[in-house]
Design a binder for this molecule. Structure first.
Ligand code: RIB
Length: 325
């Protein structure tokens, strides 16, 4: 890629093994489903969601040295999205086993594999310094993620952390290098329970939904990150900035096929929105919300990320023009 990327995503890439079934099985139950395989991993999904909107994006991640890695590299070339894959010959490519029920809800179990072997030396420092936005998650190697956030932040890049999946080995010091934190409801609740600066034991999603907006904003402020965006599924998003808070509603009336990767679609769309709006957080949340809405209408994670043309059709002529799409 000749010109500097506008968004760099450092994170995970997985092979998704998805089983669609009518209902999730109960413990001890066997149920029959339909298998499909596809490209996934939160980091890669986010890069694809962002890159497909036409924003110059580079994904940095790690895979086993196998045929699937070559397929992924070819996919990125076809989509004209930048990609730096560190090949780890001793590691298997990360795998996610996903169950989808007939309401489009999902349950996911991952084995990080090569993602855990991503090292600081696999990430060109110039990429982190020359980009406008860095996005990270928690599905890759944690100390490498911390390194990327620190180097990018020191270089003046805006840093985003999607704390997914929340992990028992999560180190709260990571947040010192984060400008924008994007948890979903369960990740936010987990952060509130474990972060030393908040530590509200027993806080869960129900407690979250019972809070008035001003109370939720006050709680977000305790985290110490400039912007906290809580994604709330069909309830939209709660956005807490230093001196203001607001809600951005989700799009209604769409047929939900598969919610896998909807959070990733949001993060990628949000980063694209930051670039296209010149850093306006709430505007960027609106673009993230539109990208996420379109992603749930299709099956799969990476394959469900909307193209620029689909996004333009969805937003309509006026809004698309305002976004420079
Ligand atoms: O967020 C969805 C993703 O989580 C899936 O693609 C799967 O790979 C897991 O990483």
């Amino acid at each position: 890629m000749a010109s500097a990327p506008q968004v760099v995503v450092v994170g995970s890439i997985m092979q998704d093994l998805t089983l669609a079934c009518a209902e999730f099985p109960q413990p001890g139950e066997t149920t029959v489903g339909k298998l499909r395989t596809g490209q996934g991993g939160k980091g890669s999904n986010q890069a694809i969601a962002c890159g497909k909107t036409g924003v110059r994006t580079v994904f940095v991640g790690a895979m086993g040295d196998d045929a699937y890695a070559r397929q992924v590299a070819a996919f990125y070339r076809r989509e004209k999205i930048g990609c730096r894959l560190a090949l780890k010959p001793d590691q298997a490519t990360g795998t996610a086993v996903i169950l989808i029920n007939d309401r489009g809800q999902n349950e996911i179990v991952i084995e990080a594999g090569a993602n855990a072997a991503l090292r600081a030396r696999d990430i060109p420092a110039t990429l982190l310094a020359r980009t406008k936005v860095l996005i990270t998650q928690l599905e890759s190697n944690l100390s490498t993620t911390a390194h990327a956030l620190r180097v990018a932040r020191d270089a003046g890049t805006l840093t985003v952390l999607n704390p997914a999946p929340m992990r028992v080995d999560f180190d709260a010091r990571l947040l010192r290098h984060v400008d924008v934190l994007i948890p979903n409801e369960s990740e936010f609740a987990a952060l509130v329970r474990v972060l030393p600066q908040v530590r509200e034991t027993g806080f869960d999603e129900r407690t979250l939904h019972a809070l008035a907006d001003a109370e939720l904003h006050a709680l977000c402020r305790k985290i110490g990150v400039a912007t906290v965006i809580i994604t709330l599924g069909e309830r939209g998003c709660f956005v807490s900035e230093r001196d203001a808070f607001t809600r951005v509603p989700a799009h209604r009336g769409l047929k939900v096929v598969d919610t896998t990767g909807a959070g990733d679609a949001f993060c990628g769309g949000f980063a694209a929105g930051l670039v296209r709006s010149g850093g306006k957080i709430v505007d960027a949340v609106r673009l993230g919300t539109a990208v996420a809405a379109l992603s749930v209408t299709k099956a799969g994670a990476a394959p469900s990320m909307p193209s620029r043309a689909e996004l333009k059709r969805f937003l309509g002529r006026e809004q698309s023009a305002a976004w420079g799409l």
